[in-house]
Design a protein around this ligand. Structure first.
Ligand code: MTE
Ligand code: MO
Length: 215
């Protein structure tokens, strides 16, 4: 956790070496065989048990009016939002113009009655290991999606389906795969890669994203 933030080109390069080293042994395949469209499939655990669309539930708890577990049809009944954006991994690969669809996080937060006192949102993967957090200000952006569709079809298991996060303005590591639970909370907790040296605020190409226009 050395010298993150401003002036981080040299620092970023060494961290990038770190992430490549860390990713390669657990998921060598992704590094060797780029997936169709230029994606690499990443998982920090060896294999993740597939959840069918029928059995899937998204638990939303914490500082909410009512704890809920959303089925896929229930997510589908909420307002649907589409976002098309480049997908950028911090290690360097990028997939241009990926189309995503699902529930914008602000709409989900409204649906559960997120408390105005809450200042952060935490996400957990059903892989049992990976987690991520956003500040409430970040989570309220309309280009942060609870994604159920990508590239014109359902989110496949290898891409973190049936439901994953897509944080459009940030590096790929914020876009948690196999989303299992969301907790509305009052503190930002460092996620998997952030405990290993990456910025919690992972804006692509700028120090903050407040001037970015969502599409
Ligand atoms: N649960 C989980 N989510 C994750 C990761 C992971 O290893 N496990 N890797 C992250 C990183 S570093 C990237 S770049 C993207 C990769 O998404 P993809 O595997 O669909 O290409 O997922 C992110 N979300
Ligand atoms: Mo990444």
């Amino acid at each position: 956790m050395i010298g993150l933030g401003a002036g981080g080109i040299a620092v970023g390069a060494s961290l990038q070496t770190g992430v490549n080293r860390a990713l390669a042994p657990v998921r060598g395949l992704g590094d060797v065989l780029p997936a169709a469209g230029g994606f690499r499939y990443y998982s920090v655990v060896g294999s993740v048990r597939e959840r069918t669309a029928d059995e899937y539930r998204l638990a939303v708890s914490g500082m909410v009016g009512r704890t809920r577990a959303f089925t896929i049809p229930e997510l589908g009944a909420l307002k649907q939002t589409q976002v098309t954006r480049d997908f950028q991994c911090v290690t360097g690969w990028r997939v241009p113009g990926v189309a995503w669809a699902g529930v914008a996080l602000p709409d989900l937060l409204d649906a559960v009655g997120a408390s105005p006192e809450a200042t952060a949102v935490r996400f957990r993967s059903f892989d049992g290991v990976y987690s991520e957090s956003l500040t409430m200000e970040q989570a309220r952006r309309p280009d942060v999606l609870i994604a159920t569709r990508m590239l014109g079809g359902p989110v496949t298991h290898d891409h973190g389906g049936p439901v994953r996060l897509f944080v459009a303005p940030m590096y790929g590591y914020k876009s948690l795969k196999w989303l299992g639970a969301i907790e509305v909370t009052d503190k930002v907790v460092s996620g998997y890669w952030e405990r290993r040296g990456y910025d919690v605020d992972a804006w692509v190409g700028r120090s903050n994203g407040r001037d970015d226009e969502p599409t």
